[in-house]
Design a protein around this ligand. Structure first.
Ligand code: UT7
Length: 323
């Protein structure tokens, strides 16, 4: 018998305010044509007063618990990927824990920017398989709008807010096609951290800073890193790309998603795309897209799904999952 971490429920949450490209063009010198052609983005959601990373994460987590048919008190581990925590400390995961009434167990945040959900998934999967926990909530939640410089048109049009969550449960499997996380590969390369960063932080400026990005350089690294890490997880599990039912990529740019799929010979009708609606929600992007495709019936139990993301650091990673 092998102990594997199985996704038993998904959920997501978006702020109330939807902002389309025409509205962005009233804030900065841009156009719907430029944004949609360069990135595929048509709208994003911005958190309003009272909407926080913690509140969005809690709503997404509640929906994932409901889908899994369990309660907050059944959870003994919460790992939350975010780069926009409610406070510098305590971890936003503990705010979610308190809101869900699942006190006890373990709760902490993981900071790997856009790869935050993949990193959180990797950590939670390791803890479940080792027996340190049995039922986890893995969450990606962000309020990236609070890090945007609304005078920098090259960055402020690209990001949005939201949250996605999954329930991950340890199960003993001995079947031929076991459900669960089958392979995960994570990477980081700090040599490139000047290409995507915030110009502030708790120990330097005492402020949170604003996003600064060399977009076209990030773009080139993204296609290269994502296609190679996807290949790594497929090789680790002896899986051919043709066996993959769905790719759920990080939603930063439609051209990055298309370029990565092309390198691996994966047809676009097997790729989940939500960047047009949500823009880049950093750590929230993969679980938001996953939940959308599970709820509309595209992703079904038993299917083989690859999740991937890349972000500041650089950090990047991928995970192969049988749903
Ligand atoms: O999650 C991981 C993090 N992020 C990413 O993966 C993003 C990666 N990068 C990208 O998605 C793309 O590089 C962008 C969408 C950011 C930009 O596309 P690009 O084709 O690389 O454009 P560019 O940065 O080379 O800019 C082209 C032009 C420039 O004008 P000039 O110098 O050619 O006259 C910019 O000033 O577009 C101009 N520009 C804009 N024009 C209208 C930059 N931002 C805007 C804007 N509206 N919002």
């Amino acid at each position: 018998m092998t102990r594997l971490s199985v996704i038993t429920g998904t959920g997501s949450a978006l702020p109330a305010r939807r902002v389309d490209n025409d509205e962005m063009a009233r804030i900065v010198d841009t156009s719907d044509e430029w944004i949609s052609t360069r990135s595929g983005i048509r709208s994003r959601y911005f958190a309003g007063e009272g909407e926080t990373t913690g509140s969005l994460a809690t709503e997404a987590a509640r929906k994932a618990l409901e889908a899994a048919g369990i309660k907050g008190c059944d959870i003994d581990l919460i790992v939350l990927g975010t780069t926009t925590p409610d406070q510098t400390f305590p971890a936003t995961a503990t705010t979610v824990q308190q809101a869900l009434g699942c006190n006890g167990g373990v709760a902490f945040d993981v900071q790997a920017v856009c790869s935050g959900f993949l990193y959180a998934l990797g950590v939670a999967d390791s803890m479940l398989r080792s027996g340190m926990a049995n039922r986890a909530l893995v969450i990606g939640a962000e309020t990236m709008s609070r890090l945007l410089d609304f005078e920098d048109r090259a960055t402020c049009v690209l990001f949005g807010d939201g949250a996605g969550a999954i329930v991950l449960e340890a199960q003993e499997n001995d079947g031929e096609k076991p459900r669960g996380i089958l392979a995960t590969k994570l990477h980081a390369d700090g040599a490139h951290n000047e290409l995507l960063f915030t110009d502030g932080g708790a120990s330097t400026t005492g402020t949170i800073g604003k996003i600064r990005m060399s977009g076209n350089q990030v773009f080139k690294h993204a296609v290269q890193n994502l296609s190679s890490v996807l290949k790594e997880v497929l090789d680790m599990s002896g899986t051919d790309a043709s066996e993959v039912d769905w790719v759920v990529p990080h939603q930063a740019n439609a051209r990055i998603i298309e370029g990565t799929a092309k390198k691996l010979g994966l047809p676009m009708d097997r790729v989940v795309m939500t960047v047009d609606q949500h823009a880049n929600t950093s750590a929230a992007s993969v679980p938001l897209a996953l939940d959308a495709a599970v709820r509309d019936g595209r992703i079904k139990p038993g299917q083989l799904v690859v999740l991937e993301a890349m972000g500041g650091g650089f950090t990047w990673g991928a995970s192969l999952v049988r749903m």
